[in-house]
Design a binder for this molecule. Structure first.
Ligand code: ADP
Ligand code: MG
Length: 216
């Protein structure tokens, strides 16, 4: 289970541009759930997802993965935890342009000093087996996002965090990506999707709505 306990996020604390983006968010997400975090642009969705994924630290409050308090980890501990336990998928795919799809996908396994076992199976499941020697610029948006999902899954994390994963895709590619995320959830992965799109959110098992940095 993932537990958020009274999370406050203040950007630029004690400066003239101080901004409180989250005002005390508490929530629990069970293993194997597929949850949408929905809200308008600027409501705090990405902030919340970044905290959930340990990419940024809360100003106050605690974040637990089972009994592990990730909010008290240092940077080294956090990167190790992320590498083993969490996959990330972003709106603009964030593949490294100088690396082929395959090199991008295998990067997290290299960082974790693993051998990328199961990579071929992943390519098949994601339908990119004949595209993996290509560079991101040679792939369609949908193919790039599927490669990004493969990269997120290469270390077999239990949790997949997605920030507007269909936000930069046409409808058909977006639906394909949603189908893949639902497959992964059906295989037992916890999937959390940030979106401003109600149609996407309604395909998830539960919707958490935020407005102005608070749960509605
Ligand atoms: P969403 O993903 O829902 O569009 P964000 O979480 O990106 O919203 O942003 C929430 C609020 O926090 C916005 O008002 C945004 O301008 C502000 N914000 C986000 N990131 C930063 C940052 N690094 N520094 C200062 N303010 C930020
Ligand atoms: Mg956002």
């Amino acid at each position: 289970m993932i537990k958020l306990d009274n999370i406050v996020k203040i950007y630029n604390p004690k400066k003239s541009n101080e901004f409180e983006a989250l005002h005390g968010i508490s929530a629990e997400i069970n293993d194997g759930e597929m949850v949408a975090i929905i809200g308008k642009s600027g409501s705090g969705k990405s902030t919340l997802l970044n905290l959930l994924g340990g990419l940024d630290a809360p100003t106050e409050g605690k974040i637990y993965y089972n009994d592990t308090d990730i909010s008290s980890m240092n940077d080294t501990e956090l990167s190790k935890f992320r590498l083993q336990n969490i996959g990330f998928v972003f709106q603009f795919f964030d593949l490294i342009p100088e690396l082929t799809a395959e090199e991008n996908i295998l990067l997290p396994s290299k960082l974790a000093r693993k051998k990328g076992e199961g990579a071929d199976k992943l390519y098949q499941a994601l339908g990119i087996q004949d595209r993996i020697k290509h560079y991101p610029s040679e792939l369609s948006g949908g193919q790039q996002q599927r490669a990004a999902i493969a990269r997120a899954m290469i270390n077999s994390p239990d949790v997949l965090l997605c920030d507007e994963p269909t936000g930069n895709l046409d409808r058909k590619s977006g639906e394909e990506v949603m189908a893949l995320l639902k497959d992964l959830n059906a295989q037992g992965k916890t999937v959390i999707i940030v979106t401003h799109d109600r149609g996407i959110a309604q395909q998830c098992g539960r919707i958490i709505e935020i407005a102005d940095g608070a749960i509605v």
